[in-house]
Design a protein around this ligand. Sequence first.
Ligand code: CTP
Ligand code: MN
Ligand code: MN
Ligand code: MN
Length: 396
Amino acid sequence: LVNLSEVAAFSVPSYACQRRTTLENHNTVLTDALSLLAENAELSEEDGRGVAFRRAAAVLKALPKPVASMTQLRGLPCLGEHSLRVIKDILENGASSEVESTKQSERYKALKVLTGIFGVGARTADRWIRDGIHNLRQLQDSGPTLNRAQQAGLEHYDDLNQPVSKSDADAIGEVVEKAVVSVLPGAHMTLIGGFRRGKLTGHDVDFLITHPEEGREVGLMPKLVSWLESQGFLLYQKTTRNSYLESKDGPARPASNMDRFERCFSIFKLTKEEKRGTKHPETLTENGAQTPDNGGLDLDLDLDQTKPAGHKPWRAVRVDLVVSPISQFAFALLGWTGSKLFERELRRWAGHEKSMSLSSHALYDNRQSKYLRATSEEEIFAHLGLEFVPPSERNA
Ligand code: CTP
Ligand code: MN
Ligand code: MN
Ligand code: MN
């Protein structure tokens, strides 16, 4: 007897921004495998392949139940030959030989360890590997010159590779909020990134700051950073100035997908005191409830045996701060909430299906040759001809 409900084919729309993707994933074994191949492609600077695997994983994340057979996948979008082969391997043999051999490969392991250092990207890691540097010990011994970000990244390696909990994010949020209102009364701060999508952990904490009166936000970031620095909250920070208003070609087409807001990439010092100060003490755990997700890698973490990790009264946390003028706030909010694939798909939808250009600053209609204003995310989805997808369902 054939259970028809089991073999019935799934159906999903082709753009991730047309789908509702919650954190409830019924196919984690398959999506973890495809995500690992995506990551490996990205670490090898094969971005096209990376996106293909990310799109395939995102389709499976949107399915209402576990995949039981290949026939159910017929007609699904974004599943290329390669992804289908990986899925088939897992359904038939319980694992994908390609994924397993990638995980075991020295190159993948070295890329993971080295890019695990804040400030080290795929290109730098590749150069180091070619120079025979595969782990942190070899990096310290053979000592290529590290920039300021990489030095801080190496110094706080253990902490920065620990997942950040929601309670940590809330504790940092209270500090940043206090700083924001003391340097600019009336300014607003919003939690963005993965935590806005309802994730319970993240690799960093992201905040968007604005003021209801256009122009009042100018000069806010340096003041905010000074305040935080003077109180000893920043272990590292690099502020990038707003280049958007300064550009002569107007806001339509930024040179890249990188937005041009004033922003600050920082490493925040979260003390036990700040943790206790939060409104949700019941959610606190001494060293964080999670164990670090190192992808099963044997990382060389004990760089300094005299300071055992977890016994100091604070931890380092990556924090991103973005300042937006209120006129661009909805676009910034949408652009910085993620997921990264959801954002990429929104821009692809806008360009390919609507002949519009979407960025974290604005939406431009190429047919009407004009900007489409919006004061909420809902309005932007409406301009794009998409059903509104709330943040918790943008986990593609
Ligand atoms: N983003 C961006 N420009 C960057 C970095 C990030 O526009 N240079 C956007 C991403 O597109 C994403 C959001 O900022 O929508 C958050 O990025 P990130 O913190 O890297 O990812 P999260 O989704 O928050 O995931 P995590 O929990 O791992 O931090
Ligand atoms: Mn479900
Ligand atoms: Mn984030
Ligand atoms: Mn971030």
